[in-house]
Design a protein around this ligand. Structure first.
Ligand code: SF4
Length: 442
């Protein structure tokens, strides 16, 4: 949606955003739609967990659209530029944040150049290289450096007209639904995190954020949304200002955001709640200080427990994210995580098995204990205790009589949604981590 907004500002560009997952398009249908649109350029994000799936799709797209200029972006393409280009047959990678390099590529493109001729995109008349764009031309590779967007306030609002808002939602929220991203990057030290945008956290001003939400509410009737920022509450002052601005909107809104235990407390929770926030996702990760330290979360559990209890008391729904299967995690540590989740009476939990992603501190630390290959994509610990703990955590937390009784209210108020969520939950618990049919619950 950010790239679509950039394209709309370039004369002669007519963007079309295809979200094949939301639109439930299989590869054949997606390629048919791409052919029917007859684009000059296709740009595709590549996911981490499904990297080889995306490689296969892009190879097919390359074969079906031989004259079209194809580009990709994402965490793995940015770090494995040459390998990605060689494997997919794509022409270029937008390295790092793609907004500005994409915009400049389009501007140079509309000034001249057709088909897969990319000379115009790589150098302008003054032979100035196009920053942030890695290219493969006749087997010759030219790499590029990681781009960051300097000021989010200077980027156009994400293009809300590019998607069908009725296709998106989250549990027990309704439609029309959308997402916003008001920061990029995360300043915290967690060793396992890919930090797609890097460690430097760039923030849109509160005024910009409130204007973007107001525009989506006014122009697209948005009623439900989520701030996708890694840590929406990273700046206390900014989040209080945003909440003050959102309170002044005269339309009802319900929203959610992501936080971490040392950036939220009772005051922040109350500000969020009074501005329409219904749910906060908190990365709790573990109930064991030893595991918290191993993951370099950067706080003491004992000190942040009060914060979490205050959030609990505020009336906000609290969803806890947990990580299981760290090499140092013993069965006792796992039990401590379950105990913490129960003590906080979390509305929902989301549990993931620790993955040692490349280009993270954890990957360096555990290099000897990791199986990694880009193609086919494999990324896991050789010796990982407790890979079955993810499903066990769900079973033992959610299938308790007290939890199920607490959800009876949901069943009465949102019967269809509760039945759907329960079905998704059961298929999630029995599906393996890399099963393409497995849906993300939250
Ligand atoms: S707080 Fe979240 S986004 Fe930030 S570094 Fe830690 S895991 Fe990554």
């Amino acid at each position: 949606m950010f790239l679509s907004a950039q394209a709309r500002q370039v004369d002669g560009c007519e963007p079309r955003l295809l979200d094949c997952i939301a639109e439930r398009l299989d590869p054949e249908a997606a390629i048919r739609q791409a052919q029917a649109f007859a684009p000059d350029i296709v740009v595709s994000i590549m996911a981490i967990e499904y990297f080889d799936n995306d490689v296969e799709f892009l190879k097919r797209l390359r074969a079906e659209l031989p004259e079209v200029l194809i580009g990709v972006f994402g965490h793995l393409p940015s770090h494995y530029q040459r390998e990605t280009l060689a494997a997919t047959g794509a022409d270029f990678v937008l390295v790092g944040e793609p907004d500005l390099s994409f915009r400049e590529l389009l501007e140079r493109r509309t000034a001249g150049g057709t088909g897969r001729i990319i000379e115009n995109e790589v150098t302008d008349d003054k032979k100035r290289p196009l920053e942030g764009v890695a290219v493969m031309r006749d087997g010759a590779f030219t790499g590029a450096g990681f781009q960051r967007s300097p000021e989010l306030d200077e980027l156009p609002f994400a293009d809300q007209s590019a998607i069908d808002h009725s296709l998106y939602s989250e549990p027990f929220f309704g439609h029309p639904y959308t997402t916003f991203q008001s920061t990029r990057g995360c300043p915290f030290p967690c060793s396992y995190c890919v930090r797609s945008f890097g460690r430097k956290c760039v923030m849109a001003s509160a005024e910009h954020v409130v204007s973007e939400v107001a525009a989506a509410v006014e122009q697209h009737g948005i009623k439900y949304f989520r701030f996708m920022d890694d840590t929406f509450t990273a700046s206390r002052r900014r989040v209080l200002e945003i909440c003050e601005g959102l309170r002044r909107l005269d339309k009802p809104i319900s929203w959610s955001c992501l936080s971490r235990p040392n950036t939220i407390d009772g005051e922040i929770a109350e500000a969020l709640r009074s501005a329409g926030c219904k749910r906060v996702y908190v990365g709790i990760e573990s109930g064991s200080q030893k595991v918290i330290d191993y993951l370099k979360r950067g706080y003491e559990l004992e000190k942040v427990m009060d914060n979490l209890r205050q959030v609990r008391a505020s009336g906000l729904e609290m969803v806890g994210w947990f990580i299981v299967g760290a090499p140092v995690e013993t069965p006792e540590d796992f039990e401590m995580s379950l105990k913490l989740a129960r003590e906080l009476k979390l509305e929902f939990i989301a549990v993931s098995t620790l993955v040692p992603y490349p280009n993270t501190e954890l990957y360096e630390l555990e290099a000897e204990n990791i199986d990694f290959s880009l193609l086919p994509y494999v990324c896991q610990f050789k010796d990982q205790a407790g890979t079955e703990r993810e499903a066990e955590f769900y079973r033992r937390y959610c299938l308790r009589p007290s939890y199920l009784m607490g959800k009876l209210g949901h069943l009465v108020r949102h019967t269809g949604e509760t039945v759907r969520a329960s079905r998704d939950f059961l298929s999630y618990v029995v599906a393996s981590r890399r099963d393409f049919k497995r849906k993300d619950l939250l």
